[in-house]
Design a protein around this ligand. Structure first.
Ligand code: HEC
Length: 91
């Protein structure tokens, strides 16, 4: 009986970890999309971004180039840049 209780507790904890882990990922992707929609469409439309089709290296250099475009370039934190890159890779 004790074993059954312990096993259920373990399973419940594992379920919780999986649930929150997956939720975390979804939140990340959502953040990246919001960042793109608010910070990357100031100078050109989202279509230009969606059509670009870069790989990870291409996106890194493109995002860095956008960030260096004077005072209208988006000033992204490391975490925002990473969330944005995660989203760009899903396009
Ligand atoms: C300050 C204005 C400005 C902002 C903000 C901006 N861009 Fe751009 N973007 C440009 C200009 C100007 C060009 C065309 C010249 C060039 O490619 O550098 C361009 C071109 C592009 C291109 C096509 C060229 C290529 O390398 O594929 C992509 C993709 C792109 N931007 C993505 C983004 C993303 C992602 C963001 C948000 C991080 C962003 N842009 C924010 C000004 C901006």
């Amino acid at each position: 009986m004790k074993k059954v209780v312990l096993t259920s507790i373990c399973l419940a904890m594992l379920g919780g970890l999986l649930f929150f882990g997956l939720q975390g990922n979804n939140l990340h992707a959502g953040d990246g999309q919001a960042i793109m929609e608010t910070r990357c469409t100031v100078c050109h439309g989202a279509g230009r971004i969606e059509r670009a089709g870069h790989d990870l290296d291409g996106w890194k250099s493109t995002v860095d180039r956008m960030m260096s475009k004077g005072r209208f370039g988006p000033a992204l934190s490391d975490a925002e840049r990473q969330a944005l890159l995660n989203h760009l890779m899903t396009l």
